[in-house]
Design a protein around this ligand. Sequence first.
Ligand code: PMP
Length: 429
Amino acid sequence: MNIQNSKSLFFNAQNFIPGGVNSPVRAFKAVGGDPLFIKKAEGAYLYDEDDNRYIELINSWGPMILGHNHPAINEAIIKAVENGTSFGAPTAKEIDIAELICKMVPSVEKVRMVNSGTEATMSAVRLARGYTGRDKFIKFEGNYHGHGDSFLIAAGSGAITMGAPNSPGVTKGTAKDTLLAPYNDLNAVKEVVEANRDEVAAIILEPVPGNMGLVLPEEGFLQGLRKLCDEEGIVLIFDEVMTGFRLAPGGAQEVFGVTPDLTTMGKIIGGGMPVGAYGGKKEIMDFVSPVGPVYQAGTLSGNPIATAAGMAMLDYLSQHPEVYKKLDQTGSRLVAGVKGTLDKMGLDYTMTHLGSMYSLFFTSEKVVDFETAKTADTALFGKYFQAMLKRGVYLPPSQFESLFLSAALTDEHVAHILEANEASLNEIV
Ligand code: PMP
């Protein structure tokens, strides 16, 4: 595979951009080799600067659930641009998207738009603190909530592989208010709450974590957290930046039937534009400025282009429920196919899967939390990643990320991916 152009771009980029990238995992550090520079994307494909074509299994880390360059979204963006790119004033479209979000995610009664998932989680925790008058919050090891200071404690995603789970720059003062518990361990959460009675403002979690690879909530875990929060006056925040509008129109909370107090959203909600949102119970959301005392603002929040893209995406998804069925089918076929090969070869592995997200961990342990996820053979994953890439399949460049499928994947793509999988595994083990 010729990637000369990508190589020289990467070389040049490092002169002007830290590490040559604007977000760490893109540098391929966890899997070795040079990152590909992408020129364009269409449907299920990415094209790099050397004109190599890849089947996409990242989809911009989630947003491109319909595949790239979807006409419904592109047309909405182009139409919006004709009226100007930013006003910093309210627009009618912002009401439309807020109303649609509230309809799709019934626990969200009011919603505030922001510009990224990071902003959404930072704002939601601030709001929970302001609302409860308490300072501490609980997060789970290996869950990732963006790069807000108070979340960079035992954080997942790139923070695992970049070797900075407790990033320098996060002060001890900030860190002391972030309490940790292992995912799926309700008793541990209860103990933390017990030890910090009346001090815990919020419990924030990825209801289905995708940032330590995909991990599923065990029976009763989400329900148990809901009950605990009710008993203790704690705000339950579901971070659905990845899972929102992906696992179902109403996200993981719809799939598991557990209702959080606040929900953070991102990725799909922007149709590929930089958007996030947080919303939930009216009573809590009305604590946000200008009605309430908790300050949160944004020059470009509710930006007309981003809003048009997000609206087109959510509109499409709410009117085409068959998309979710197709994604589930594609996911099930891929997972069954990959498992079939692994079983035939007698390899140790664990696969986790829900709808259009799945992970293949190279470990014999059942993966239920960060500790068990970390038993995976990351060196072997690196080889698998490179072998797949060589065969035209673009996987997330880390063992600790979920795959994201798009509705643009066809039977032919599935067949190609499964062939590449078998050939790759045969090459590396
Ligand atoms: N929360 C979760 C669950 C995420 O997966 C991410 C990003 N991968 C974020 C928050 C942060 O979102 P952003 O990168 O848009 O700031």
